[in-house]
Ligand binder design. Structure first.
Ligand SMILES: Cc1cc2nc3c(=O)[nH]c(=O)nc-3n(C[C@H](O)[C@H](O)[C@H](O)COP(=O)(O)OP(=O)(O)OC[C@H]3O[C@@H](n4cnc5c(N)ncnc54)[C@H](O)[C@@H]3O)c2cc1C
Length: 509
């Protein structure tokens, strides 16, 4: 598996900070860096290592090309950050403005690119639709011909094993503290708002908490009764030994994708080699995810297996004074098994395209867990029903390139500064339909009042609607754990419970 460059953790966890960040991927470290730059006291908690999960396992594309139009301003802001990042963090992120090229023979895909060019033009991004001749000029050693290509020379590539650690070190130099192998078990709440976090090494008071937990964010939210609609998808990658340069940037064909690495090799993947394990949430959110599934159908393997039962019996609630699921050795650093068959096909396609390369030596293979939302854009937003909690998650397989910009946006939202890009498309409330919205309006009113009194100066228009808490936080005189929101327990008659009962090994609550 990839080895992100080490970052020396701070030995002591602080007693109190302004902002606690959960998750040391590129989003969490970028937020920590920007907050520290603003003079905010910030501590970051990471259950494993900095960039141990998606942020070191990805392809390394930093692109505007092909982005959902709602994400384009954030992608453009991120590219601008990437271009000066090495200088600003005084480190090597591996960023090179070497361009991203997609190629295809499929008419529908090409028609989609033609449509997308309108968005590129509207935003002033120089993207070109290439003919097969123009592709051949960019790829002179390529033996294959494709009907058309989409090419954005101002996009780039970076080194996933280097980028987040370099940003983390910069955050540390500005005064942020980083705590690795320190899982956050849950949130500390007081009077219906954030009061801090409880980690496996103790509690830390904080006025705001940023959850940038990648593939674990959904489970973390569920512990607090917050419904974050995100499902995990497994994607596989390998890296080759050193090879001659056939393309300096990122090249994605239908059957293989490569990215030139600083070490002289390539990161190589099969664009369609993603596996989706059916879990109980799939059934619950079928309608939400159906359009995304239809779009990806044929490019994704869907499996019903052990993951379903594992998810069914996994605890949904745990006491904060006992080890949480995030501390299980299996969850400390999510390290799923790569799809060897799909990777072998990608290598064969790459070799067929560039036969002059000869033998392709494979150094290692790995996989990563991608957290995907129904509309495939992230949630970067305060949770209206829990003032002080900010989500920065659900980057849906393309958060590395926009990570630095997302971190900056989070920092602006948390500190109450004017956001650099419109955060409205990333509102958490978009995940919840009108019916749920109306049902929770009462909570929203209560918390909105608190929000305006207590947090002041937040950007307007961002958090107008509530996120959904299954049960609102309500202090109970009988309950010693009175700061916790009341969690809805599954009724004993719940069919899922009955199916799972024979397999229960862990505490079910
Ligand atoms: C194979 C693959 C290829 C990809 N290719 C690209 C690409 O080319 N370009 C692109 O832009 N994006 C790509 N992506 C997506 C990109 O990697 C992610 O969107 C991005 O890294 C997400 O960053 P993050 O900080 O949100 O999450 P992560 O990097 O996953 O970090 C989340 C961190 O939170 C920690 N955490 C979770 N829960 C807790 C807790 N309770 N306590 C403490 N710590 C916790 C985890 O340990 C983890 O380190 C790819 C992803 C994969 C897997």
């Amino acid at each position: 598996m990839p080895r992100p460059e080490p970052v020396r953790p701070d030995p002591q966890i602080p007693q109190a900070v302004d902002v606690a960040i959960i998750g040391g991927g590129i989003v969490g470290v970028s937020a920590a860096w920007k907050l520290a730059e603003m003079g905010v006291r910030v501590a970051l908690f990471e259950k494993g290592e900095i960039a141990g999960e998606q942020s070191s396992r990805n392809w390394g594309y930093c692109r505007q090309q092909g982005r959902d139009p709602r994400e384009l301003p954030l992608a453009m802001m991120s590219l601008a950050l990437w271009r000066r990042l090495d200088h600003e963090v005084a480190g090597e992120t591996g960023f090179r403005e070497a361009g991203i090229l997609y190629v295809s023979d499929d008419k529908a895909t090409i028609a989609g690119w033609e449509d997308w060019l309108g968005h590129a033009r509207a935003h002033g991004i120089e993207t070109q639709l290439l003919t097969h001749r123009e592709i051949a000029n960019l790829l002179p050693q390529c033996a294959r011909r494709w009907r058309a290509g989409l090419w954005t020379p101002s996009d780039g590539r970076a080194e996933p094993e280097k980028a987040a650690p370099a940003i983390a070190r910069a955050a540390q130099r500005l005064g942020a503290t980083l705590h690795t192998r320190t899982a956050v078990r849950g949130l500390d709440l007081a009077a219906g708002r954030i009061a801090g976090i409880v980690s496996e090494r103790g509690a830390v008071r904080a006025q705001a908490v940023v959850l940038a937990g990648g593939a674990s964010s959904q489970a973390f939210c569920r512990r607090h009764g917050i419904v974050l609609k995100a499902l995990n998808v497994r994607a596989s990658v390998l890296r080759t030994g050193p090879l001659p340069e056939v393309f300096a940037g990122g090249l994605a064909a239908p059957d293989f994708a490569i990215r030139r690495r600083l070490d002289g090799g390539y990161s190589l993947a099969a664009p369609g080699a993603t596996t989706f394990d059916i879990v109980p949430e799939v059934l619950r959110w079928l309608a939400d995810f159906w359009p995304a599934y239809k779009k990806e159908q044929g490019r994704m393997k869907v499996r019903l297996g052990r993951a379903f039962i594992d998810a069914l019996v996994a605890p949904t609630h745990w006491s904060l004074d006992k080890p949480s699921p995030f501390e299980d050795e299996d969850n400390r650093v999510l390290d799923p098994r790569p799809d060897h068959g799909a990777l072998a096909e990608a290598v064969a396609a790459f070799r067929a395209a560039f036969p002059a390369l000869g033998e392709v030596r494979i150094v290692e293979r790995w996989a990563g867990m991608i957290d995907a939302t129904p509309d495939a854009i992230p949630v970067i937003s305060e949770v209206e029903t829990l003032p002080g909690l900010y989500l920065a998650t659900g980057f849906s397989g393309h958060g590395f390139g926009i990570g630095p910009g997302a971190g900056r946006l989070v920092a602006e939202l948390v500190s109450g500064r004017a956001p650099s890009v419109d955060p409205t498309p990333f509102r958490f409330a978009r995940q919840h339909n009108a019916r749920q919205h109306n049902a929770r309006r009462h909570n929203a009113r209560q918390h909105t009042a608190h929000h305006h009194n207590g947090s002041g100066g937040r950007p307007s228009g961002h958090s107008k609607h509530p996120g959904r808490l299954e049960d609102a936080p309500r202090p109970s005189p009988k309950n010693p754990d009175k700061k916790e929101p009341r969690i809805r327990r599954r009724p004993a008659s719940d069919k899922r419970f009955l199916i799972a009962w024979p397999f229960c090994r862990r505490d079910w609550r």
